[in-house]
Design a protein around this ligand. Structure first.
Ligand SMILES: NC(=O)c1ccc[n+]([C@@H]2O[C@H](COP(=O)([O-])OP(=O)(O)OC[C@H]3O[C@@H](n4cnc5c(N)ncnc54)[C@H](O)[C@@H]3O)[C@@H](O)[C@H]2O)c1
Length: 179
């Protein structure tokens, strides 16, 4: 497995490495191609204390993170969003999204290792892994109107991650982008 953020056009390239590339110990091919990042092996990571932040508590972010929280009970998963009503709904009995089994999943994990919050910057700052799962609507004007994705939300996330990060992070794009 290899997770790299250096390939994203939206993440700032800085001399100080804030984004790391992870490769399985046996897979050095891609690592060799990844010249702008540090490489660490899974063996160097203490999985029992990993913190995940997911930016975007929508149809993708919410259920994905609830599933990770269930199967990785030692991982602290925080889903953040700029929308207070959406976060309030995730923290209520009436979830904003319906998926079969989601209610039970969230009830089991919420407050244990699954949290929903509007503290976007604080959650990013403490996270080891940041998922970006914000909406990327189709552009309505300019180049690519009607087909390309509006990357405004995605770019804002990248800028916020760069601003508040004081430790290495794995950044995972969990969005669809049509260019
Ligand atoms: N919903 C699907 O079935 C589906 C399927 C495949 C791919 N996708 C892709 O997954 C991505 C996420 O889709 P979704 O359906 O979960 O979107 P969504 O609209 O349900 O949720 C996105 C959330 O991101 C939040 N957000 C936007 N900008 C933010 C920011 N800067 N900081 C914090 N929160 C922010 C919004 O408030 C919203 O709650 C999109 O790229 C979409 O194209 C979605």
């Amino acid at each position: 497995m290899l997770v790299t953020a250096g390939s994203s056009p939206f993440l700032p390239k800085r001399p100080t490495t804030h984004y790391i590339c992870i490769s399985a110990p046996s897979s050095h091919t891609m690592a060799a191609e990844t010249k702008t990042t540090d490489v660490v092996s899974f063996e160097d990571i203490d999985v029992s204390s990993i913190k995940i932040c997911c930016i975007g508590a929508g149809y993708v972010g919410g259920p994905t993170m609830a599933t990770i929280a269930k199967y990785c009970p030692s991982v602290k998963v925080t889903v953040v969003d700029i929308s207070q009503p959406r976060i309030d709904a995730w923290n209520s009995e009436d979830l904003p999204i319906f998926e079969p089994g989601l209610d039970e999943l969230v009830k089991e994990c919420r407050g244990r290792n699954l949290f929903f919050s509007t503290d976007v910057e604080g959650s990013i700052a403490e996270a080891d892994i940041v998922f970006v799962s914000v909406n990327t609507p189709t552009k309505t004007h300019g180049i690519g109107a009607g087909r390309a994705s509006n990357t405004k939300n995605c770019e804002l996330c990248a800028r916020t991650i760069a601003k508040v990060s004081t430790s290495d992070k794995i950044v995972v794009r969990r969005i669809v982008l049509f260019m």
